[in-house]
Design a protein around this ligand. Structure first.
Ligand code: ADP
Ligand code: MG
Length: 112
């Protein structure tokens, strides 16, 4: 959310929060049905999009496109999501950047 607000800059912009249930989304690692990640949370902004030169590395620590940035926000967010057996992903183009967090239901087993 803070990144989205910072991306909007002085001129302002629109941040859209979207949550939905997507029962077909699964994360597979190796054979087997994988893990269901049906809970989706999206933060969407209409800012300029990820700087292309760091777009592949934004979830790594200390990678920042801002002069006063620490580069720790997304690394921490990715770590927290991963600790919850979830998934974080981004798609970005000028005018539309979407960060999506996908999470399992609480209390479901490994192969649910
Ligand atoms: N919504 C966004 N729109 C454009 N760029 C973004 C967005 N979110 C993150 N970024 C880019 O990813 C970089 C890393 O973000 P983050 O890990 O939160 O560190 P920080 O905010 O301290 O720079 C930001 O500096 C910015 O360049
Ligand atoms: Mg940040």
């Amino acid at each position: 959310m803070r990144n989205a607000a910072e991306a909007a800059g002085e001129g302002g912009g629109t941040i859209t929060l979207r949550t939905f249930y997507e029962p077909s989304l699964r994360r597979r690692e190796g054979p087997g049905p994988g893990r269901s990640l049906p809970l989706q949370i999206e933060v969407i902004d209409d800012g300029p999009g990820l700087p292309p030169e760091i777009a592949d590395a934004i979830f790594d620590p200390f990678v920042s496109g801002r002069e006063t940035g620490t580069g720790l926000g997304l690394a921490l967010a990715a770590r927290i999501v991963s600790d919850h057996d979830g998934w974080i992903a981004v798609s970005s183009e000028p005018g539309r950047t979407v960060f999506r967090v996908s999470l399992p239901l609480a209390g479901t087993g490994e192969e649910s």
